[in-house]
Design a protein around this ligand. Structure first.
Ligand code: NZQ
Ligand code: ZN
Length: 388
């Protein structure tokens, strides 16, 4: 194992009926709270009223920013940063999925910058500080509730850029699986495809000495495979929602990285799809991942696919490694497209080859030459064509 630093200082309240601690937690950071949320799902599910009651009971002042978009836009981030500066906000409370939490992270950083927050995301200026962030998660997917990253879109420039900084880590996250009961079967499937991809991005590497971390990654993937179909059929199945929720946080909170130094493969590529076509992140990953696997499978990588096939899909260990590898990709495709019912091609979601070349060129800036199997722009274009 390589050397690494393990530091995940996010306090987690997991489970039902923990919201009573919200006021106390917010109070630690000040009096003026900016509540951020998306297009209104938190009102429909009754969570908005509960959160407002907790904030009021704690004697805190509430300001609001609603309407944060899926694939959150820089315009919403700038709006939020302005509110923070004008209203002298002390603490941010993000209630929603990854988009709301991601936007809130950059609102918190933008509160300390007099300018367009896009300058931070494009690395023209550094993050110097961030307002404290508390989250109430409503969708199991991105892991934003327990990681230091966020991804913001700019419609004008057709960019979707990820950024990580330890100052962006939430201080506290409330993870109540019952808040995800209303997530639609489609969003549940997309969320699970995202969780699965976060694990795959770090699991597929050629380090040989990661038995403990690999075993945990395999258990997380099996958790997603076991519980997603249950959550889709029985939306109020607590066991399924709880297992998915905790898996989503642990897939990307840094623990399973354990010093692995390779760049991610499918995420930088998918972010281009979301930037150009505003598709759901998990859907893009679902379509890309099996094709990326097929493209990267060869004699040098087959051992990892063999491990994946035997340990995650329980394929017969006595089969030839290449046969196991191919079957594992087939089984992953079946899981994503048959069991979860996600669309399996770009054509079905209205994407043709018009932007393949420009998207591929932009995607490789994400460091793809350092990936599990190094990829150049032509490789990315080839993978795009496999998805048509
Ligand atoms: O906007 P509202 O009305 O809240 O509705 C949302 C939205 O339409 C809805 N929803 C959320 N919770 C719900 C619910 N509907 C019913 N009941 C509930 N309990 O679901 C829709 C999608 O929400 P969104 O927040 O966009 O989904 P997700 O959590 O998948 O976030 C996706 C964003 O996160 C980024 C993605 O690129 C994308 O922009 N990512 C963030 C990462 C990170 N911070 O580390 C890593 C990921 O790889 C990812 O890139
Ligand atoms: Zn993701």
């Amino acid at each position: 194992m390589n050397n690494f630093v393990y530091d995940i200082p996010v306090k987690v309240y997991f489970g039902e009926n923990q919201l009573g601690n919200l006021g106390e937690e917010l109070k630690k950071y000040g009096k003026r709270v900016l509540l951020t949320y998306g297009g209104g799902s938190i009102k429909k599910i009754g969570l908005y009223d509960k959160v407002i009651a907790e904030i009021k009971n704690a004697g805190l002042e509430i300001f609001e920013l609603s309407g944060i978009e899926p694939n959150p836009r820089i315009t919403s981030v700038n709006k939020g940063a302005e509110i923070c500066k004008n209203e002298k906000i002390d603490v941010l409370l993000a209630v929603g999925g990854g988009s709301t939490i991601d936007a809130t992270k950059f609102i918190g950083a933008g509160a300390f910058y007099d300018g367009d927050v896009w300058d931070i995301i494009t690395r023209k200026v550094p993050v110097t500080n961030c307002l404290p962030i508390v989250t109430v998660l409503t969708l199991s997917a991105t892991g934003s509730e327990m990681d230091a990253g966020g991804v913001i879109s700019n419609l004008e420039t057709k960019d979707k850029i990820g950024y990580m900084h330890p100052m962006l880590l939430p201080k506290v996250s409330f993870l109540d699986p019952t808040n995800t009961y209303t997530v639609s079967p489609y969003q549940t499937a997309c969320g699970s495809a995202d969780i699965m991809s976060h694990i795959i991005e770090v699991y597929f590497n050629m380090n040989q000495d990661l038995y403990m971390l690999d075993s945990i990654a395999e258990a997380l993937m099996k958790t997603v495979i076991k519980y997603t179909p249950i959550a889709m059929k029985e939306p109020e199945n607590y066991e399924a929602r709880a297992n998915l929720m905790w898996a989503s946080s642990w897939a990307i909170n840094g623990f399973i990285n354990g010093g692995k130094r390779q760049a991610w493969s499918c995420h930088p590529v998918e972010h281009e799809l979301s930037a150009y076509y505003d598709i759901t992140h998990g859907l893009g990953l679902a379509i890309l991942t099996p094709r990326w696997m097929g493209y990267t499978l060869d004699e040098t990588t087959v051992s990892k696919f063999y491990q994946f096939g035997c340990n995650v899909f329980e394929i017969d260990k006595n089969m030839e490694p290449m046969a196991v590898a191919k079957k594992s990709i087939e089984m992953l495709s079946d899981f994503l497209f048959k069991t979860l019912g996600l669309k399996s091609t770009f054509t079905e979601i209205g994407i043709d080859d018009t932007n393949f070349s420009i998207m591929a060129k932009k995607a490789i800036n994400g460091g793809l030459k350092y990936a599990f199997k190094p990829l150049n722009a032509q490789d990315v274009e080839n993978i795009f064509r496999m998805c048509l």
